[in-house]
Design a protein around this ligand. Structure first.
Ligand code: ZN
Length: 240
């Protein structure tokens, strides 16, 4: 089992990996639940993910109040994290980002589906949260726990949820799996757009159902339900 120090080092690395791959830019964040205190989580202070260091990692309670701010500024949208941990005891890691490929699926009503086996962890049905429905005209940021809880409700028992006109949230049972899903959610968005453009040119109908249907059994093989956490260091694709 990884020590707390090792997990926090991994959290710093995860920030850098997500930035390197363009899943987050100067904005977006990743948190992990405290392994010994499930009512707390760790998240960086307000800093571009590629610049995050170990000293930037702060501890929060599930109301998103910081335990010791160390004089640092905080991310505004931390209710995304606190509300997801509050609603889902199984969630150990949360990522919020604005990766560009997912945005069209949040605003067009065009359904995102996993179209290849490596994207199966995004879930067969990716919901879209529309903040306007409950909160009216806003700047679309998740600033309050009420907004965070409404988003967590839309996330439901799944691992991904798009946010209309904003980005997405990815929640998972351990850090590496959650980073993996965030990366492949963006890849799926790009591949699905390419596949649908090609199908439209050929005048094909029903390609989305066809592709999603093939992915369904793979999802079961890749992500069996109730799987316990995996040891740190295991990154082989069939154990993600
Ligand atoms: Zn955001």
């Amino acid at each position: 089992m990884a020590t707390l120090d090792e997990l926090l080092e991994d959290l710093v690395t995860a920030n850098h990996v997500l930035a390197k791959l363009g899943i987050v830019d100067s904005f977006g964040h990743i948190s992990i639940r405290h392994p010994e205190r499930p009512d707390r989580f760790f998240l960086s202070c307000s800093r571009a993910p590629e610049r995050v260091s170990r000293d930037d990692i702060l501890e929060f309670n599930l109301e998103c109040e910081v335990i010791d701010a160390k004089g640092k500024q905080l991310y505004t949208e931390r209710p995304i994290h606190g509300a997801a941990y509050e609603a889902r005891p199984d969630v150990k890691c949360v990522i919020h980002n604005h990766s560009p490929g997912v945005i069209p699926y949040g605003v067009t009503g065009h359904k995102m589906r996993p179209i290849m086996h490596m994207c199966a962890t995004i879930g067969h049905d990716v919901p879209v949260w529309d903040q306007h429905k409950k909160f009216g005209d806003t700047d679309l940021l998740v600033r309050t726990m009420a907004q965070g809880r409404d988003l967590a409700k839309k996330l439901g028992k799944g691992g991904t949820c798009l946010m209309r006109g904003h980005g997405c949230v990815v929640a998972g049972p351990w850090m590496r799996r959650t980073v993996y899903t965030a990366i492949y959610l963006e890849l799926n968005a790009k591949l699905q757009m390419q596949a649908e453009a090609m199908s439209r040119k050929r005048g094909e109908q029903g390609h989305r159902d066809h592709l999603a249907g093939q992915c369904r059994p793979r999802l079961g093989e890749l992500v069996p339900h109730g799987r316990p956490d995996l040891p740190r260091g295991d990154v082989s694709p069939n154990r993600i």
